[in-house]
Write a protein that binds this ligand. Sequence first.
Ligand code: SAM
Ligand code: SF4
Length: 349
Amino acid sequence: MNTAAIVRSGATALVDRSALMIDPFGRAITYLRVSVTDRCDFRCTYCMAEHMTFLPKKDLLTLEELHRLCSAFIAKGVRKLRLTGGEPLVRKNIMFLVRELGREIEAGRLDELTLTTNGSQLAKHAAELAECGVRRINVSLDTLDPAKFHQITRWGDLGKVIEGIDAAQAAGIKVKINAVALKGFNDAEIPDLMRWAHGRDMDLTLIETMPMGEIEEDRTDHYMPLSDMRRKLEEQFTLSDIAYKTGGPARYLEVAETGGRLGLITPMTHNFCESCNRVRLTCTGTLYMCLGQNDAADLRTALRSSDDDAYLGQVIDEAIGRKPKGHDFIIDREHNRPAVARHMSVTGG
Ligand code: SAM
Ligand code: SF4
């Protein structure tokens, strides 16, 4: 057996390297993001059109099937799993899947279970998420102004999201705030958002808008390169690059004045693909090997063709063998069509 030593929490375990997922560029795939639904109770203007056509319910995998797929990935070396969507907490009975995956953490087969949420339903679920082993979550929040929050999310209520954040922190869950930087919408507010987040012991990560899916407005109007944002912040704050990593694509800066961390996710201005360790599974069982490319593998057919996971494992291996080197996102006046037709809510960001 071709074995490799993996050190985990101080203990060294021998694992079968041939069972792990290593892509053609030598990147080990250890992170699975699962979009459990394409539906959402918000309609953020950069993410969705107001009147979206969602997938017919019959096309969705059941939560039991999603669990079986997640387990197959865990058996192949996935150590970190993130539930996302659409809005993961609007999927009916989602806590069943969270509880099942929590058992994988208890058994030492998974290091981390986390989720990205808009926070609208978090107050209801925070305590149970913590009980199931969720230690960290990302909450997306672009502004602290209630009227602007309603404008950008179309249907959202800021008060509910803040209640959700309060409940998560009270349950002992570490919260990170994600904000999409939008020129002319929240760029002037970012310093206040950062002071607020850091004051509550939360990291803030800024994201550039990515050209995914048809929306009603022109993305070039609000596209804000984070290199410009950084320069603006440096007029007020002392920012230093730090080596801190959370296993994602963010680069982190320490902010001397607040003592907090600022993450920058810059798919447009800085290519983060070299260290990509992740793949994305949708609620219909489609596996995307890259957020910014269209190639995908149908795992639903493989899953339903047999109760045994051998064939499924083979289809996963073939898909990982096609993971591309990187994405080709561009936003400018000549390229104002989406780079990929699917919305972020399909693959979960
Ligand atoms: N509904 C959840 C939420 O909003 O956190 C999870 C899914 S949402 C698609 C995941 C993240 O993608 C959010 O932080 C959202 O702001 C971000 N997002 C959505 N569309 C985007 C786009 N076109 N460009 C950049 N980020 C986007
Ligand atoms: Fe929903 Fe998240 Fe997209 Fe906003 S960003 S519409 S909350 S899926």
